[in-house]
Design a binder for this molecule. Structure first.
Ligand code: GLN
Ligand code: ZN
Length: 769
């Protein structure tokens, strides 16, 4: 292993590329297919065009080896289930009858058959379809899609590397199929799965693959010795195959840790490691195992999941160190570029000052090839790029946007006292009881009411100039009055204005805060054909003006009942945005919290007695490894308290969470010190109420009694039964009655019926107390 040969061999590659196309052509084609407007051949042709376009773009940018098989009509984990023949029994017939329709049926369900469950891909906002496995699962190799896409790329003259979800990650992400015991461990199927991977590898080799990448991000999580042993065994077996391409095992999102020595010893030809956030740890661990002599190291040095330009000088230093540690060092993004939007140059509305700091997928491929060139030929070969990069970085460091002295001074002056309510909970509870005069088991909703076509049309009309601001505000006010009238009539105790003015619970605030920007074309796949545009936390955050007071105050003026003010919390703002990478997350959270704290203060001053700060993302932002949990929860809960603790004792602070298993954040929920928390609970039959009670949670709780993710209307009896269940854990003085989440995705008919039943259930159960 000589430094020189490693350097001259440096190549550029990526693990994956955004699938949707410049104008979200894939979304349009797939949804068109579902609606019968696009036929299967046209859909396939669109997909082929998109792949061809992506490869061409990558190759033109100087990427030496393009990925194949990362494309998907819906999700690459579902594609893997198809590849290994792990189809749920309930979908098998449909897939056999028509593979494409069967595929979409697994993804989305049909009238009669439930889809696969969907969950988050590690700590990203991408969602995958969870494989369902059991002791009876029989795997069969179906390499068709992988082979076809490789063949396509090779025919176009590209050097191509198929990318597959690795066998460990596939099994570790799976869950027991319906009807299989909960304690079934999918990893026990490894020996059955490996021969199928062997077949796929052989097929890919026969189709011309020289390298195949096996993605094993599950190995960056805390793994048991048994799981690490399984990894060692898997790669020993796959490595021992004679009829196979070279194997590149890829890790990303965190350090490989204990799995690094395992993979370093395995008979595979290459490893991909994340040298962005996990750089220091991976470097140290790599040095500790004596490097990867004889192997290819793919260095994920360009952040694949954030949108900031790379620091070339810093990257070249890291890459230089790596040269001594492997036979060949290639330059890549840390993970698939699936997690970033396509092209920053399309953002014409973004302040050009900020735009030069942004790198989306397209810009990142240029960065990767520049770094590969710098590594192979020396910095002289990229002198101009280095100089421009230095200037861009300096413009960011020195910018007034990233350095607002007033914001910095205020954040620095935060004291422990600022993050604590002045009165202990029991005193606050008494003051709130007197102030609000609510009945036992008070009823409320989580904030949003149905987002009707009329509302969306009103927003579009405003944007297109068909109506003016006054006209738009009139429509919003009409909607608020209607929502309030319905709530009053149905007997709800704490009202909401319904959030009709909000396009999205994060973007609405991002658009109004200084230092936060929304993009126009920055679409990122969330799941299937659903794309989101995460806003960008670009600079120091401040609030030029109140953001919600106008609507909440308007609503409060219409009714004598309390109207709940509604804000998105600081942690959720960070979780669903692209965050700054030039300061700790906790610092950004604190700035957002201070801006929100002012909003809370203004709401209170405008007469709002109940203020809800939603934190649905508190759990999902938990770092992948347990070692990071305490540090994260410390700043996250502090940011929430900083947002909410400036109010008087009689002002009641609510929070709301959903999409979560709450088990491992019960302490953090307590640390928020909110007076009331509403949680998703209907599907799990109020399990969270038991968990909170078991953990000694002392404050008020509203476990949802209506599963709003389904169009089903819960009967009054059903809701009452759930409430009685809740009362077994939480005393009546501390139990609230509410749905699982906001109602923006529901229609009016089911909303009306369900809320009427919910109030009736509350009345029935009150009478029993
Ligand atoms: N207040 C928000 C709403 O009702 C909360 C949404 C959420 O938790 N995801 O829509
Ligand atoms: Zn929710």
């Amino acid at each position: 292993m000589t430094t020189e040969s490693a350097a001259t061999a440096a190549r550029a590659t990526v693990h994956g590329y955004p699938r949707q196309g410049r104008n979200r052509e894939l979304k349009k084609a797939v949804e068109g297919y579902w609606k019968g407007r696009v036929d299967a051949d046209a859909l396939r042709e669109t997909a082929r065009e998109l792949r061809r376009g992506n490869w061409r773009q990558l190759a033109d940018a100087g990427i030496h080896e393009v990925p194949t098989g990362d494309f998907s009509y819906y999700d690459h984990v579902l594609d893997t289930s198809v590849m290994v023949g792990a189809l749920p029994a309930r979908h098998r017939a449909a897939v056999e009858a028509d593979p494409l329709d069967g595929y979409f049926a697994m993804a989305r369900g049909t009238q009669d058959v439930a889809p696969l469950e969907m969950t988050k891909w590690f700590d990203t906002n991408y969602h995958y379809l969870v494989p369902e496995l059991g002791p009876d699962t029989v795997f069969t190799a179906d390499p068709g899609k992988q082979v076809a896409e490789l063949t396509e790329a090779l025919a176009l003259g590209h050097t191509a590397r198929p990318v597959l979800v690795g066998p460990l990650t596939y099994l570790l992400l799976a869950k027991p199929a319906p009807g299989v015991a909960d304690d079934f461990v999918p990893l026990t199927l490894l020996d059955r799965l490996l021969p199928v991977y062997a077949e796929v590898l052989a097929a890919l080799r026969a189709a011309g693959a020289r390298w195949v990448q096996l993605d094993e991000p599950a190995l960056v999580q805390d793994r048991t010795p048994a799981e690490l042993n399984a990894a060692a065994r898997a790669y020993r077996e796959l490595g021992a195959l004679t009829d196979r391409p070279k194997l590149l095992v890829a890790s990303y999102f965190d350090r490989l840790g204990e799995a690094l020595p395992v993979l370093a010893k395995a008979p595979v030809e290459g490893l991909a490691l994340d040298f962005t956030e996990a750089a220091a740890a991976n470097l140290a661990d790599l040095a500790a195992v004596g490097g990867l002599p004889g192997k290819r190291l793919v260095a994920g040095i360009v952040n694949g999941r954030n949108i900031w330009i790379n620091d070339y000088q810093k990257s070249l230093t890291t890459l230089g160190t790596l040269l001594g540690l492997a036979d060949r060092v290639d330059v890549a993004a840390s993970c698939s570029l699936l997690h970033v939007p396509l092209d920053a140059s399309a953002e014409r509305d973004v302040d050009p000052q900020i735009r030069r700091w942004l790198a989306f997928a397209r810009q990142k491929t240029a960065e990767i090839t520049t770094l590969a060139r710098g590594l192979a030929q020396g910095t002289g070969a990229i002198a101009a790029e280095l100089a421009a990069n230095r200037a861009d970085l300096a413009s960011r460091t020195g910018s007034a946007i990233t350095n607002d002295p007033a914001v910095r001074a205020r954040a620095a002056a935060v004291t422990a006292g600022d993050t604590r309510r002045a009165q202990p909970y029991p005193e606050r509870a008494a003051a709130q009881r007197a102030h609000l005069g609510l009945p036992l088991l008070p009823t409320t909703t989580i904030g949003s009411f149905p987002q009707t076509t009329e509302l969306r049309t009103a927003r579009a009309d405003l944007r297109a100039g068909r109506i003016d601001t006054a006209g738009y505000e009139e429509r919003i006010e009409d909607e608020i009055r209607e929502v309030l009238a319905f709530q009053e009539k149905s007997g709800i105790d704490v009202l909401v204005h319904g959030e009709p003015e909000r396009n999205d619970m994060v973007q609405y605030f991002a658009e109004q805060l200084t230092g936060y920007l929304a993009t126009r074309h920055g679409w990122v796949q969330s799941y299937g054909t659903r794309y989101v545009r995460p806003p960008v936390l670009a600079g120091d955050i401040s609030r030029p003006e109140p953001m919600t007071v106008r609507w909440t105050a308007y609503a409060q003026a219409q009714t004598a009942l309390p109207v709940k003010g509604m804000l998105t919390g600081p942690v959720t703002m960070l979780a669903w945005s692209f965050v700054r990478d030039d300061q700790p997350l906790g610092d950004t959270a604190r700035q957002v919290a201070l801006a929100l704290r002012d909003e809370v203060g203004d709401l209170e001053a405008a007469g709002t007695a109940v203020i809800q700060v939603d934190e649905p993302a508190l759990r999902e932002t938990l770092p992948l490894r347990a070692a990071g949990h305490a540090g994260y929860l410390a700043w996250a809960t502090e940011a929430f308290r900083l947002t909410t603790s400036g109010v008087r004792p009689q002002t009641q602070i609510h929070t709301h969470m959903c999409y979560a298993e709450f088990g491992d954040i019960l302490r953090a929920i307590d640390d928020l010190d909110a007076d009331v928390i509403s949680l998703e609970a209907a599907r799990s039959h109020m399990q969270v109420a038991d968990e909170l009670a078991g953990a000694g949670y002392p404050r008020e709780v509203g476990p949802g009694v209506w599963d709003i993710h389904s169009p089903r209307i819960p009967s009054a009896e059903e809701a009452a039964a759930l409430l009685r269940k809740g009362l077994e854990a939480i005393p009546a003085e501390r139990l609230w009655v509410n749905p699982d989440c906001g109602l923006k995705t529901r229609g009016w008919p089911e909303t009306r019926a369900s809320l009427v039943n919910l109030v009736s259930a509350a009345r029935t159960v009150r009478a029993e107390i």
